[in-house]
Design a protein around this ligand. Structure first.
Ligand code: SF4
Ligand SMILES: [Zn+2]
Ligand SMILES: [Zn+2]
Length: 303
């Protein structure tokens, strides 16, 4: 297998693009796709100050690494959820990486914030861990972006993540979610940073190859709560389709963005500030402050 660009030994075959590439040409390809997505979807300008949400996985570490490499001002936030060994390892990998690239990293611990780790919290709340986790992560990212005057929050969602969620939202006709499923969610309140997904057009496999070639040491294990998730099942289905018809995923995603997403856009709900923490919310007090006060009440009763 030879590199289509230079004829040297290829390290990866990309069926969706009908090319094989050597290590340097693959890196160039990957970086170009990310910068083209940034331009095409108007994700960033060089004046933006970015906060990257890093979990310790390949996609978020790549996002941080690459944004810095492309000349953007990018710091990172890691939320330690307290999920036993998984969180310990994720935090270690993140801290080691921050040290390696001399990046600014802020760590927020869920236990410090609400008094419980995620597994305990989910049990107390009687909700699925991911629902509680999503609420908390969104809140803490917004809060830390506001405190640090960041104009953008970047996450590491890749093409496989995005197409699996897109398929799920279509299967269930989740109109509001479909309207918001964009690589760019502009800020719609002075206290909210815009949200961007720079890796939206590169696949999970390409992202893993890029991390390995750049010696980015990431956590391979998935969060234990992700097991059995519908998105994992849908990723498998999309991979089967991709196998038969290479290029389907990228077409599905791009054409949805170009031709359909705006059809689902709904009017934005008005936001007011939470009386407790001051962050914008549709239903004050905000979901995070309501969660905290419920926990305090339960705590009072159990004493
Ligand atoms: S899988 Fe669920 S619990 Fe684990 S990090 Fe993701 S959202 Fe949180
Ligand atoms: Zn080459
Ligand atoms: Zn609040």
């Amino acid at each position: 297998m030879k590199c289509k660009k230079c004829g040297e030994k290829a390290v990866i075959k990309l069926r969706a693009h009908n090319i094989s590439l050597c290590a340097p040409h693959f890196q160039e390809f990957f970086e170009r796709r990310v910068s083209e997505a940034i331009k095409k979807y108007s994700l960033l300008s060089l004046h933006d100050k970015i906060l990257v949400a890093v979990s310790g996985g390949k996609d978020s570490l790549n996002t941080w690494f690459l944004l810095k490499k492309l000349g953007y001002k990018a710091d990172a936030l890691h939320i330690d959820l307290g999920i036993d060994e998984y969180s310990k390892k994720s935090r270690e990998k993140t801290e080691k990486f921050a040290h390696k690239i001399k990046g600014n990293l802020k760590i927020v611990e869920l236990k410090e914030e609400v008094g419980f780790t995620l597994p305990h919290l989910a049990k107390r709340e009687g909700r699925k861990a991911c629902a509680t986790c999503g609420l908390i992560k969104r809140y803490l990212m917004n809060r830390e972006a506001l405190n640090g005057s960041y104009s953008a929050i970047a996450t590491g969602h890749n093409l496989d993540d995005e197409t699996a969620v897109l398929l799920s939202n279509l299967l269930n006709w989740k109109m509001g979610y479909l309207g918001r499923q964009s690589p760019l969610l502009p800020s719609w309140h002075p206290k909210l940073a815009k949200k961007i997904k720079p890796l939206c057009e590169v696949t999970e496999r390409e992202s893993a190859a890029y991390a390995i070639l750049n010696q980015i040491d990431y956590i391979y294990e998935d969060c234990p709560f992700s097991q059995g998730a519908t998105t994992i099942f849908l990723k498998g289905i999309l991979n089967q389709i991709e196998e038969k018809s290479p290029g389907t995923k990228i077409r599905f995603y791009r054409e949805f963005q170009q031709k359909a997403r705006s059809l689902f856009e709904e009017e934005k709900m008005s936001l007011s500030e939470c009386p407790t923490c001051g962050l914008p919310t549709t239903h004050p007090p905000c979901a995070f402050c309501r969660l905290k006060s419920r926990l305090l009440q339960k705590e009072g009763k159990s004493k």
